[in-house]
Design a protein around this ligand. Structure first.
Ligand code: ZN
Length: 290
């Protein structure tokens, strides 16, 4: 089923990283710059992420003894510094996710560069180092993103969907490791309600999580990467996190599943490629020039 296998560390059957995109209320203010502050109830639901869900998730990770990755818009770093501090103090990784969760497809090369420049300065000021991982808000990696990520020294991206396994993307100025995921691994379609109620039904915690379990069992069977994309305000809710964290306990107790940050996975994959043990797909980005 998978042509190019990789030997995961210590004989693990697959690699796992729950990636949380802590968007909080950034996108509300981006889309409603003049009156976003009036949406008190919507903001309360989105702030549940940094205030309630993240401390809960960090506690679970601590008891499971695993380190994972969080992608955070820099606006949230400025507005929720204590939450960000908690994530970092606990040894987890933080990656770039725009300034205010911008749709990068709405921006030119210069506009995208300005956003990245601003974000890198904020990360440098708050953390004292440059982040190594990137996920485009809404997965909207553009025809310019790859080149910019190489220019700013990123190790890996996690916005694309081109394989089940880690692969390499080659913008014209270099190479980056791609840690792919896909919409079936995103909690949005299962659990997220937009700011205004639309009548869209919400899944129960167990039925909504079933899709992620099936994805895990395939990753375990075929030796790939299990990379769910969750949002603290959605999957960090009490009943959902109860279901998810119980499943994580099962996985950790198996003893043959490798939980790591995406940064660690990218470093490992890069090394396996270098020593000739892994020969992943290489995909040029952008795929087309016009
Ligand atoms: Zn996001």
């Amino acid at each position: 089923m998978i042509k190019e296998r990789i030997a995961w560390p210590n004989g693990a059957k697959c690699a796992c990283c729950i990636s949380f995109d802590m968007d909080a209320d950034s996108i509300l203010h981006l889309t409603k710059p003049n009156d976003g502050f009036r949406y008190v109830s919507a903001i309360s639901g989105l702030q549940y992420g940094p205030y309630v869900a993240i401390p809960r998730i960090i506690d679970s990770y601590k008891s499971l003894n695993i380190k994972q990755t969080f992608f955070i818009p820099a606006w949230c770093v400025e507005n929720y510094p204590k939450t960000v501090e908690l994530i970092l103090e606990s040894g987890h990784e933080i990656g770039v996710h725009g300034y205010m969760h911008e749709n990068l497809l709405d921006h030119t090369l210069d506009g995208e560069r300005q956003i990245l420049e601003k974000v890198m300065n904020i990360f440098q000021n708050y953390f004292g180092y440059a982040p190594k991982g990137f996920r485009a808000p809404l997965y909207n990696f553009t025809n310019n993103s790859g080149e910019l990520l190489v220019e700013y020294g990123f190790d890996y991206d996690s916005s694309l969907m081109g394989d089940d396994m880690p692969y390499i993307i080659t913008p014209k100025n270099g190479e980056i490791i791609e840690l792919p995921t896909h919409w079936g691994m995103d909690d949005g379609p299962q659990f997220v309600q937009p700011f205004i109620y639309t009548g869209r039904p919400t899944r129960s915690p167990t039925s909504g999580f079933e899709i992620f379990k099936q994805e895990f069992f395939a990753a375990y069977k075929y030796g790939s990467l299990w990379l769910p994309v969750f949002h603290p305000y959605a999957s960090g809710r009490l009943a959902r996190w109860d279901v998810i964290s119980s499943f994580l306990e099962e996985l950790v107790s198996k003893g043959d599943v490798w939980f790591a940050t995406l940064g660690e996975i990218a470093t490992y994959v890069r090394h396996q490629i270098k020593i000739g043990n892994y020969h992943p797909l290489k995909i040029k980005v952008p795929q087309y020039s016009q």
